[in-house]
Ligand binder design. Structure first.
Ligand code: 4AD
Ligand code: MG
Length: 468
């Protein structure tokens, strides 16, 4: 085979030099045709669009052609030609074809179109080769780039918080332990407890649920930081919106309060959604056609809408009024309750029909670090609530007053000795500050229109499932 430098298909489809011989490489999506001529749809992952390879069967052996089936990988030299068929501007008239790897049609699991999402989860090692998961993967990459670009352009520093930690930031206790102890022969202290002094870190250690506490340390030095990394929660929530391993983006900013925090949350999400509209149009068009016909309209609406600012107390009133007008919810509503996603979605999808930033929650249902309002009952927490998703961001102004913070830590029985380094921020040069956490996969759900969070991360970890 003639040596020609490879062109990736996303670039090949844009080439203007009709008549040139070029080389593309990729995997066969489909092959069709008659006894004289065949059409191979070749995809190399660089774009959702395929290169159509036109094969004059009189020029290629039956033996070679038999191996060119769905899933096989090829290198193709061919003449770039204007396409007469609809669907593509250019195609390749094959001059030489090399098969790198065959895919036995009797055994290759990705034969027909229209596999269910459930089936594709069972073959997550191959589903990346489908149009849907190719599109989701490219959009996921783009969202990561958008996030780094957003913060970099605004002077934030990317800060690496640890994955292994001894503290439970959210205080909810849903943590995975990290240990090197032999669980079949645990060392115990005289009073029967596990003896962590023998363990790798000399104390109990866990996978982090959030990088916020370390992020706050950095904000008190660098001013504006963000983290972007994996976080882990062992909550047994088998829902389409929960993962045991998910990625979170957590900016933390010194010298800002509630208004600036809310403005940052809104600007940030809009920037990411606009980035997708501007940079992922082919993939979004595909998902709009195949997954959710309202997707692009919904993304555009968010970019062009002002988010509603609503206090928790106002939200409860609206929900109570809805109930007295006949609306039924599964979970009860009362001041002090934690809103369920049915409540959040009612407010967003039915009442306001816009994203909502909800603030001023009862302190009992929020984490210890949130700034307490003058009323002594509510805190300056902010949840951003989105259509289809519910909570996409959780954030707050932080309590910067040492005594108030200690009061909350004691009231909640949080082990103080583990928190000394965090408390030092409030002892030395404390300053007002605020931050939030965006669940990366929740953003991905919104931007792709996919229905289940297991389908926006390559290899989902959920209760009873850590395959691949
Ligand atoms: O509301 P959360 O628990 O807030 C924090 O962790 C704070 N430390 C953030 C901060 O202020 N720096 O989580 C933040 C976001 C949620 O709004 C949600 O989008 C996502 O993380 N999230 C999950 N995503 C997928 N699966 C789960 N189990 C999630 N739990 C939270
Ligand atoms: Mg939350």
């Amino acid at each position: 085979m003639k040596e020609i430098k490879r062109t990736v298909i996303v670039d090949a489809l844009k080439r203007e030099d009709i008549g040139s011989e070029i080389n593309v490489r990729g995997w066969v999506r489909t092959r069709r045709g008659n006894k004289n001529i065949n059409f191979i749809a070749l995809n190399d992952g660089s774009t959702i669009n395929n290169m159509q390879i036109v094969v004059d069967l009189s020029k290629f052996s039956d033996e070679l052609m038999r191996t060119i089936t769905t899933g096989a990988s090829l290198s193709v030299n061919g003449i770039l030609t204007e396409s007469v068929g609809s669907g593509q501007r250019v195609e390749l008239q094959a001059t030489e074809i090399k098969v790198y790897g065959t895919a036995d049609p009797e055994k290759y699991p990705l034969q027909k179109k229209g596999h269910t999402m459930e089936y594709l989860r069972e073959i997550a090692h191959l589903r990346l080769r489908t149009n849907t998961f190719g599109a989701v993967s490219r959009i996921r990459h783009n969202m990561a780039i958008a996030i780094h670009t957003f913060f970099h352009e605004r002077g934030y520093f990317y800060f690496h918080s640890p994955i292994i930690t001894a503290s439970d930031c959210e205080g909810a206790g849903h943590m995975f332990q990290v240990t090197t102890q032999n669980l079949n022969d645990l060392k115990k202290t005289p009073d029967g407890k596990v003896d962590y002094s023998e363990d790798f870190f000399g104390k109990q250690a866990n996978l982090t649920v959030s990088g916020q506490l370390e992020g706050e340390l950095a904000a008190m030095a660098l001013g504006k930081i963000y983290t972007f990394g994996p976080t882990f929660r062992a909550e047994n929530s088998n829902t389409p919106r929960h993962l045991a391993e998910f990625w979170m983006i957590e900016p933390e900013v010194a010298f800002i309060g509630l208004e600036e925090l809310m403005a940052l949350e809104e600007e940030f999400i809009k920037y990411c959604v606009k980035w997708a509209l501007d940079n992922c149009s082919d993939d979004l068009a595909f998902l709009n056609k195949m997954i959710d016909n309202n997707l692009i309209a919904c993304l555009e609406a968010v970019v062009n809408t002002e988010f509603v600012h609503l206090t928790y107390t106002e939200g409860i009133k609206i929900l109570e009024t809805a109930i007295s007008n006949g609306k039924k919810f599964s979970y009860p509503i009362f001041w002090g309750c934690d809103l369920a996603s049915e409540h959040e979605r009612y407010l967003v999808e039915e009442h306001f029909k816009k994203p909502i930033i909800m603030t001023d929650y009862p302190k009992e249902i929020k984490a210890f670090y949130m700034k307490i309002n003058a009323d002594g009952k509510t805190v300056q927490g902010t949840d951003v609530l989105f259509p289809q998703i519910g909570e996409i961001i959780g954030g707050s102004v932080r309590e910067e007053d040492y005594d108030k913070l200690i009061g909350e830590i004691e009231a909640r029985n949080i082990p103080m000795k583990d928190m000394w380094w965090y408390l030092d921020t409030r002892r030395f040069g404390t300053a007002p500050h605020a931050g939030f956490g965006l669940g990366f996969e929740r953003l991905m759900l919104f931007v792709t229109g996919m229905q289940n969070i297991r389908d926006v991360i390559p290899f989902p970890r959920t209760p009873k499932n850590a395959d691949f």
